[in-house]
Every structure is written in C-alpha cells, then in structure tokens.
Write a protein that binds this ligand. Structure first.
Ligand code: BDR
Ligand code: CA
Length: 313
C-alpha cells in the first residue's frame, strides 16, 4: 500500500510532539502533507511555535506548518498549562525555531488541500480541539465528502473525563466544533482516553527512549519525565498516557487497536457534562453508528513501534 496522505492538526503539547515525530519518522506509512496548529493546550502563538520546533527537531525543516484558529468556535479558550507547562513543551531546554510558518491560514490550507486531491485520498489527524476542522467544513461543505477518514484523539467512555468529571480536554475545549465533525458523516476513528490511558510511559519505556542515544530520544524522554508528574499524582499510575501518538500508530499498524463501530453524540448544552462524548458502546439506542470508537491497545507493541521509529530520527 502506498503511504497515506495526512494532515496533522495539533496543539503541541508534549504528546502531540511525539505524534508528529512518529509520523515524520514513518514515510513508508504516512506522507505528512502539512501540520496545522490550533489553540488548545496553550494559546496559538505557542502551539504554532512548538509545531515548528518539533519539525526542526526531526530535521525536516521543509515540513509545511500553518497557523489556524486562536479560539474555539463559540467559547473562550481553555488551556492546559497545568499538564504541559507554560510553553506547552516544558521539560528540556529548547532553542527558538528558525523555520517559518506558511503564509496561508490553516483552515484555507485544509480546504485547498482537500479540493486539490482526489476524493478519498487525504486523511485528517486531529490531535487537539476540532476548531480548524469544523471551520473548514463550515466554510467549504464540498470538502466533507472528499475526506478519506478522520482519525482523532478525543473523548472517553469508560474513563469519562480528564478536564472535567465528564469530558476529555480536546472535546471540552470546543464542543461545538466536535459536534460538527462527529455529525459530518465522514468515516471517523476515535482514540478516546479509554485507549490512551493504556499507553503509559513506564520507567522502562522512557529508559528505552533515552537509550536511543540521540537528541530526539533525549527530548522525548525529558518531555515524558516532565508531564508524567501530573498524571502520576492524579491517577497514581506508573507513568503518563501518550495520548496523541495513538492516532499515528493506528495509521501505521491498526492491529494494535480494537474497538466498536458505535454512535457518538457530543454534549453541547449541559453545563455539568459539557463536551461529554456520549458513546453508545452497549448499543442501547437505535442511533446510527458514526465512529469506530477504540477500546483496547497493545501497549507493548505500541511502545516497540514508537521506539523503533524514533530511533530513525
Ligand atoms: C488530550 O489533551 C491534550 O492535553 C493532549 O495533548 C491530548 O491531545 C488528552 O486529553
Ligand atoms: Ca493534543
């Protein structure tokens, strides 16, 4: 199979950064057409800068990076510095990027790219709030049917929520955008917390990154060391979940994951459960399935793949 053409829509974030590195290290599986930044973990000026930093770290300065929306469709931005630090990529010391952003707005880039490519040949990989994708669908409804698939990190069923008791961060930040995307009728694969909480950075796994003896290995180990402190304290877990790389790992080896094709609705009205992904996991309604909602991960296989690919950079 030829590599899948993808656009990574992201709010880096250490786990986003690892996802971008995994994609850039895997040209036989994915061709990264572009990276689009969105406000999320930290405000847009930082997420766009972090996207550039990561592409430079991968030694791929020709990667096209676009700045997108700086606020959710209908709400004030909520950020997650308490997890990712002030810069979004806290942990190791990093130089300012020398790479430049592309001039085009991310939303227009997504629209133009889908229009230029044959229908069913471009996959969208959202790793943050869904603002850019929803805006593109609103602005250019003709592109919706051209999307091959959306594979995203967001939501939860069994794990319920991380930013509120009921909601996962990416969906909570822009629930209106999430609703547009989940209702669009595009083939959708969802990596919820149920899966990503199985991708834990145990000491042995972080040591394996460090043992690569490369700048990338050291950076990834230092990032995980930094954001681990939050999850260890919160969940009492052995490490932190590497949420966003699950999206890219799925494109490389879908057999690492299993899930169910179910209906998922987004709560946009209740203050108490805003941003909840109401997944009909047990199929108790007759609502039409609209997403492949993942439930399990082969975590050892996932980390073996990730470590092997990062070693290439
Ligand atoms: C998601 O929120 C962000 O903090 C992470 O980067 C990930 O995309 C997990 O809830
Ligand atoms: Ca993210």
């Amino acid at each position: 199979m030829p590599p899948r053409k993808i656009i990574i829509d992201t709010d880096p974030g250490q786990d986003d950064a690892v996802a971008i590195l995994l994609a850039l290290a895997s040209p036989e599986d994915v061709t990264v057409l572009g990276v689009t930044a969105v406000a999320g973990n930290v405000p847009l000026p930082l997420t766009q800068k972090n996207a550039l930093i990561v592409c430079e770290l991968a030694n791929m300065p020709d990667t096209k990076v676009y700045a997108g929306c700086d606020a959710p469709l209908a709400r004030k931005l909520v950020t997650a510095e308490h997890v990712h630090g002030k810069t979004g990529l806290d942990g190791p010391q990093m130089d300012a990027p020398t790479m430049q952003l592309q001039a085009e707005h991310a939303v227009d880039y997504i629209i133009d790219t889908l229009r230029e490519h044959e229908a069913g040949t471009v996959t969208l990989c959202p790793l943050g709030p869904l603002t850019n994708i929803a805006k593109a669908f609103q602005k250019a409804p003709d592109i919706v049917e051209k999307v091959q698939e959306i594979v995203l990190m967001g939501g939860a069923y069994f794990e319920v929520g991380n930013i509120t008791p009921a909601a996962e961060f990416n969906i909570y930040v822009d629930p209106e955008a999430a609703k547009i995307v989940f209702d669009a009728g595009v083939p959708l694969v969802v990596m919820p917390l149920d899966v990503t909480h199985q991708a834990l950075t145990t000491r042995a796994r972080v040591d394996a990154f460090r043992a690569l003896g490369t700048k990338v290995g050291d950076m990834v180990a230092a990032w995980t060391d930094f954001f681990e402190r939050f999850d260890k304290e919160k969940y009492g877990s052995e490490g932190a979940p590497l949420h966003d790389p699950c999206v890219i790992a799925y494109l490389i080896d879908p057999t690492l994951f299993s899930g169910r094709q179910v209906n998922v609705e987004i709560e946009t009205r209740s203050e108490l459960t805003l941003g909840m992904t109401v997944a009909d996991w047990w199929r108790v309604t007759d609502r039409k399935p609209n997403a492949m909602f993942m439930g399990t991960l082969n975590a050892d296989g996932f980390f073996a793949l990730l470590t092997e690919r990062l070693a290439r950079l």
